[in-house]
Design a protein around this ligand. Sequence first.
Ligand SMILES: [Zn+2]
Length: 461
Amino acid sequence: MESYDTIIKNGIIVTEGDTVKGDIGIKKGKIVTISESLQGAEGKIIDASGKYIFPGGIDPHTHMDMPFCGTFSSDDFITGTKAAACGGTTTIVDFAIQPKGKTLKDTVKIWREKSDKKSCIDYGIHIVITDMNDTIMREIPDIIKEGYSSFKLFMTYDGMKVDDDTLMKTLMHVTRSGGLTCVHAENYYVIDYYTKKFLKEGKIEPKYHAISRPELCEGEAVGRAIKLAQICKAPLYIVHNTCEASTSEIARARERGYPVMGETCPQYLFLSNENYEEPGFNGSKYVMSPPLRNRENWPVLWKGLQNNTLQVVSTDHCPFFIKQKEMGLDDFTKIPNGVPGVELRMCLMYNYGVREGRISLQRFVELTSTNAAKIFGMYPQKGTIAVGCDADIVIFDPNKELTITHKNLNENVDYTPYEGFKIKGYPIITLSQGEIVAKYGKFIGKEGAGKFIKRGKPKII
Ligand SMILES: [Zn+2]
């Protein structure tokens, strides 16, 4: 008789290419059989009748335990990855930020100390280059071979911002070594001009954070980064697109056949700049960069997700307690930038994407898992359900109804920007490498069981 560690029975298995009813046999953390029926086989049985079986979510944009504005994002690799698991995400890719004067080797060492033996799900690491020089350029090929195959550059933020020459050098060296360059694209000087002007005029409230970063400030930087990538014959990935001004630049580049890809995040699909008008200091909950935009951008972003101008939905999860946000009570530039979201990405995208008819089940799987696995060099180990893949699986109940409230979430922060959202469809069981790590919104896995994922060559899609 066949025997497995775990058998998931009677579920509706959804991958990027197919929807089929069947059973999944798991052994030693891998999917070893998918068949119409594993009747009679031995193993621990999970009955998934009437439930969807999705590939575990991949969130390629998180900031756990990240230093910012003299504090740290409030989720570390323990709490943040527990929350991710409870929300159906089984892999994150976090950003290791190069401290000025340090090598890339030093940088990944710092981040591995934050993540190794702590992360509760598998994780990869991107490297943010803030300080480029000849040594760093020489390090790039080796660090890519060690599994850090993607790099990010900030085109804004004092202390992290790089100039166009660093952008070009990175694009060239990373591409030559088979890696991928990502950018946070906003025009530094536009922001600097407005910020100084507003502070001088006594305009200190959170909403001025958003007003100081207009849509075209993002569009200009995206367009510039794309043109520099063209000059360097390099592929490019634009993180957190928020608006028409940036997606139109990506669309135009892709129409001409350039290897430019991009993501957006739930906050830009479901929240708007109206949130900055909430009473008191509540607007600070939504201080992030780029900021929330007017709601006319929502259909534009959905269209981008539908027609493959954008390939990924990540979260940019970077939570801060209200107390931390209050460092900017008298000056919006001192509010730590970022919002939580790692736990709710899957349910929000299912609810407003699939259930409301904007995307198919296949597109949902692509946007939340498969495409990130491909672009960031983890496919097919991750991002699909097939024989030989890691058994990273979400059992999702399409009929579970709930109202989102931060009290029921595992994220280590005292609010959620999605408070009060009514949802139908929620992950009920999450398996990471074959083990059940979360059940009905509670983490039941082992702390620190997540493995570092050595990522390979990025795929251009
Ligand atoms: Zn980010």
